[in-house]
Design a protein. Structure first.
Length: 114
């Protein structure tokens, strides 16, 4: 093959490769969208207003929440440089925590059994 023929062949292959890469990107995007739809297919549907009310209820719960009422226990570590850190915090009465959050949500929404 001559130099011109090889350059033409290289250009054709580059165009083919670019086209295939573009198609692969489109297919990957379509696949990601299909996976998202599949993940959401059985989820209950709520509108933006309801979602905002839920966010407000949960945010309000955490703003008003006093973690000291739920008997937290702390584990401390000492770093190599002598600093003391809290390595973990455990809420021993987690059921009280979840009950209070559930009550806050029940106050905001009319939940019906289907």
């Amino acid at each position: 093959m001559t130099k011109v023929e090889l350059e033409t062949k290289v250009n054709e292959l580059e165009l083919t490769l670019n086209s295939l890469e573009l198609n692969a990107k489109v297919i990957k995007d379509d696949l990601a969208e299909a996976n998202t739809k599949l993940a959401n297919v059985n989820k209950p549907v709520i509108d933006d207003l309801v979602a905002d009310k839920m966010y407000e209820a949960i945010s309000g719960f955490f703003e008003d929440f006093d973690f000291n009422e739920y008997d937290p226990s702390y584990e401390f570590d000492i770093d190599y440089d002598g600093r003391i850190n809290v390595s973990s915090v455990e809420l021993n009465e987690v059921h009280l925590f979840t009950d209070e959050l559930q009550n806050r949500i029940l106050q905001e929404f009319n939940i019906v059994n289907e």
